[in-house]
Ligand binder design. Structure first.
Ligand code: NAD
Ligand code: NA
Length: 395
């Protein structure tokens, strides 16, 4: 079929398999261009199909020759209906890994469930024995709790008072005021259950109990801090409470891994266009201004540049892992640079529908958004008839 983007709100309903393959290939080429990193050999990535998780899988495999198992929740294709992008990304990743003889298998299902954890552990036992690095990179709006059977929904709301600020509809470029009512205590609790650290610790606990964690195993989850303008809706909002919980969980996991000499870290990453971040009000406007400035300064990075830097300049340097005073790894250091943030702040005050095209990188935002779904790549023939029924070899 001929596959075109079909936008609805903050998502695109279609994905292009050749474009997703191109995106994966570009990321592999980038990692290879940076040279070998003496990194992990057996890696489990939970949330491996898009965004930071996919970049982590690619960096492990093509930067350090690691065997990888990827867990994700994606929709497979059916005749006349495309898969979700993470499906096509994972199919392309496995193909590229196979070509160079790297072990790569994937599990598609709900990572919050006991079944998927057990299935993953069984696969590790059968194929790899143990794991050296576990990347936890889930972004989900819901979690079916495995013990209680309750379906929890996360929300993106401020806490305490109504938040009013600018936002942009990145499809139209319209800058408007948005007001978001404060969260209830239930909203806060639910968001912490979905995006906090409980499931991360359940994974590590289950793996430890079944003996599939290698001595010295490391686990990493991703967090975000960001600037003052997004604080009320992000870091001091419901999602921020979940990130606080995730960051606290790292210390608990580290203590539970003492006898294994294991360690849990949170890495604070840069704001980037992903399916998860596009749905957060205010963030797209901030990102479009941030991109403009970071590109002008020559310090712009995407997921793959961020994770390659995480591996080569933080985790696997041969020296101690540098962290901030709260024990977090910081690869948001360039985003948070004082000069960068001062410039964003001043652009933020000026931003209107009329000038955003000039002062912000709306085009870059849109390009990245299209790219998430496999659209907008050079050297992909979007007019050609394409096979939507691309399968993942290990599934
Ligand atoms: P993403 O939407 O690109 O990736 C989410 C991944 O989770 C996908 O692989 C998806 O298949 C998987 N997933 C979702 N629900 C699942 C489930 N129930 N079972 C199994 N897999 C499931 O998101 P992302 O932006 O890469 O976010 C990953 C992490 O990075 C999140 O913790 C996020 O908060 C953090 N982070 C994101 C940004 C940003 O700007 N995008 C910045 C800093 C940190
Ligand atoms: Na991810």
């Amino acid at each position: 079929m001929i596959i075109e983007p079909r936008m609805r709100g903050f998502i695109c309903l279609t994905a292009h398999p050749d474009g997703c393959a191109k995106s994966v290939k570009n990321q592999i080429d980038y990692v290879k261009s940076k040279g070998h990193v003496n990194g992990p050999k057996r890696v489990l990535v939970i949330g491996a199909s898009t965004g930071f998780g996919l970049a982590s899988r690619i960096t492990s495999a093509f930067g350090s020759d690691a065997a990888t198992i990827g867990v994700f929740f994606e929709k497979e294709p059916s005749i006349g209906k495309t898969a979700t992008p993470g499906w096509y990304n994972s199919a392309a990743f496995e193909n590229e890994a196979q070509k160079v003889g790297l072990y790569a298998k994937s599990i598609n299902g709900d990572a919050f469930s006991k079944e998927i954890k057990q299935k993953t552990i069984d696969l590790i036992k059968a194929d790899l024995g143990q794991i050296d690095l576990i990347i936890y990179s889930l972004a989900s709006p819901v979690r079916l709790h495995p013990e209680t059977g309750v379906l929890h929904r996360s929300v993106l709301k401020p806490i305490g008072k109504t938040f009013t600020n600018k936002t942009v509809d990145f499809h139209t470029g319209n800058v408007t005021q948005v007001s978001i009512e404060p969260a209830t205590q239930d909203d806060i609790d639910n968001t912490v259950v979905v995006m906090g650290g409980e499931d991360w610790s359940m994974w590590i606990e289950a793996m430890k109990n079944d003996g599939v964690l290698a001595n010295g195993a490391t686990t990493i989850a991703y967090s975000y801090i960001g600037p003052e303008v997004t604080e009320a809706v992000y870091r001091k909002g419901t999602i921020g409470k979940a990130k606080d919980h995730l960051e606290d969980t790292a210390f608990q996991i580290t203590s539970s891994l003492e006898e294994l000499n294991g360690k849990a870290y949170v890495s604070v990453n840069k704001a980037l266009v992903t399916q998860a971040s596009s749905a957060i009000p205010v963030i797209p406007l901030y990102i479009s201004l941030l991109y403009k400035i970071m590109k002008a300064e020559g310090i712009h990075e995407g997921c793959i540049e961020q994770i390659q830097r995480l591996f080569s300049q933080r985790l696997y340097t041969g020296s101690a892992v540098p962290t901030d005073e709260q024990g977090r790894i910081r690869i948001d250091d360039w985003e948070m640079r004082k000069d960068v943030q001062e410039k964003v702040k001043s652009l933020w005050e000026q931003a209107t529908t009329e000038n955003l095209i000039e002062i912000g990188d709306l085009a870059g935002y849109k390009q990245d958004f299209l790219n998430l779904f496999g659209f907008g790549f050079d050297n992909v023939d979007y007019a050609a008839d394409t096979n939507e029924m691309v399968m993942i070899s290990s599934i």
